[in-house]
Design a protein around this ligand. Structure first.
Ligand code: FAD
Ligand code: DHB
Length: 394
């Protein structure tokens, strides 16, 4: 099999890239190791930055998002039973975010790809990228049902959109790679519950017992998270214990109430920061979680993946139109500038709101001082609002 761009992985990065290339008249093949139902149901991110919303719309993938997504103009920060709203449009010249789940973005992009785009192969696991530094890189892969009989996808370019455990980045020689990493001594216990969200905007709460986040998936489905110790098993927590802990951490002095409802899913997400440099080797490019991970606080993961594939699609289109590889050559540096801003933002949000197991009273006071500063300084609030609604694509 032969194509111009071989894409490994059908998460948001791979699926959106296939769509952007299709719109630019460039053919691609997407290889996805899992089946379609798995990809469409994997519960992950929920917040789309303004720039992501604009890109999905321009790519012709925004119709259902515009119908069913919830535009949010702010978030609430809570600490010490006090609440403070951050107003995004007022602070950023009109920018906002959209609550529309990653599962739904993937469903929309898969439907479009199968209807109008090039091949999207499910159950096709990439085993290795070969010849990354030649003019004809290849992806060796195994299609389900063809065991013992590897296939080869011959490409002009390969983009590894294969997430944090993918194989693409292994094709970059170790001596050229630098990895920057930090793990956090806590995770998030996330639940989905069949109950209307108790607040119409997201609530980020700092509490001496740990962080809590109120989010949503629709007007009738709540998504909530609790900071838990690293290595926690979700089954250790009964439904009642989860609700009681959420109530404690969200409590306000003005009698705000958290509505309970049936919990339909619970799982624990570990937290880490990770950057793999460079994001390109020869004709192999990395995009999304394959190249970088952020802790989820501030919802940057999916949005960063979108920035990478927009940058790649633009660079390849430029090459096709002008013959110049200038933007492709700059891919890694261009992406990494935005990646590091998001790493900084996610780190700041994480350390602002979570309580480390070894936190000292001095650090506790500093956190509260940072939150008080956000509640009283437009400059501090503007910095948060700009980061939250998204750093621009270059
Ligand atoms: P992925 O979505 O991981 O997609 C990679 C795809 O590649 C997968 O479909 C995988 O099956 C496929 N693949 C892997 N290896 C191969 C192979 N060898 N061959 C073929 N296919 C392969 N972000 C937020 O902003 N908010 C959140 O609340 C949030 N929660 C998260 C919870 C979890 C458990 C995880 C893991 C991530 C979460 N994230 C969250 C991050 C966000 O979901 C990711 O940043 C986003 O999915 C990145 O998209 P991607 O396309 O780069 O990677
Ligand atoms: C969600 C996840 C986040 O990490 C965040 O900061 C806000 C919302 C969510 O899954 O809804």
């Amino acid at each position: 099999m032969r194509t111009t761009v071989g894409i490994i992985g059908a998460g948001p990065a791979g699926l959106l890239l296939a769509r952007l290339l299709h719109n630019a008249g460039i053919d691609s093949v997407v290889l996805e190791g899992r089946d379609r139902a798995y990809v469409e149901q994997r519960q992950r991110a929920g917040i789309l930055e303004q720039g992501t919303v604009d890109v999905l719309r321009a790519a012709g993938a925004g119709e259902r998002m515009d119908r069913e997504g919830l535009r949010h103009d702010g978030i609430e920060l809570r600490h010490d039973r006090k609440r403070h709203r951050v107003d995004f449009p007022a602070l950023t010249g009109g920018r906002s975010v959209m609550v529309y789940a990653q599962t739904e973005v993937c469903k929309d992009l898969i439907a479009l790809q199968l209807k109008e785009g090039g091949p999207l192969l499910f159950g096709a696991e990439a085993l290795a990228v070969e010849g990354a530094d030649t003019d004809s890189p290849r992806v060796r892969f195994r299609q389900e049902g063809h065991e013992g009989n590897d296939d080869v996808l011959e490409c002009d370019y390969v983009v590894g959109c294969d997430g944090s455990w993918g194989v693409a980045r292994k094709a970059i020689p170790a001596e050229l790679v630098q990895v920057f990493e930090r793990t956090y001594p806590f995770g998030w216990l996330g639940i989905l519950a069949d109950v209307a969200p108790s607040h119409d905007e997201l609530v980020y709460a700092r509490h001496d017992r740990g962080f809590a986040l109120l989010s949503m998936r629709s007007p009738s489905v709540s998504r909530l998270y609790l900071q838990v110790p690293e290595g926690t098993d979700a089954e250790e927590w009964s439904d009642d214990e989860i609700w009681a802990e959420l109530e404690r951490r969200f409590e306000t002095a003005d009698g705000w109430r958290l509505e309970r409802g049936p919990i339909t899913q619970k799982s624990v997400t570990p937290m880490r920061s990770y950057v793999h440099e460079p994001m390109r080797h020869g004709r192999l490019f990395l995009a999304g979680d394959a190249a970088h991970i952020v802790p989820p606080t501030g919802a940057k993961g999916l949005n960063l993946a979108v920035g990478d594939v927009v940058t790649f699609a633009k660079a390849l289109t430029h090459q096709k139109d002008t013959g110049s590889a200038e933007l492709l050559d700059a891919y890694s540096e261009t992406c990494l500038r935005r990646v590091w801003q998001a790493e900084r933002f996610s780190y700041d949000m994480t350390t602002l709101l979570h309580r480390a197991p070894d936190a000292t009273p001095f650090e506790d006071r500093l956190q509260v001082a940072r939150l008080e500063r956000l509640a009283t300084s437009t400059a501090a609030e503007t910095d948060l609002a700009e980061g939250y609604t998204g750093f621009p694509f270059e």
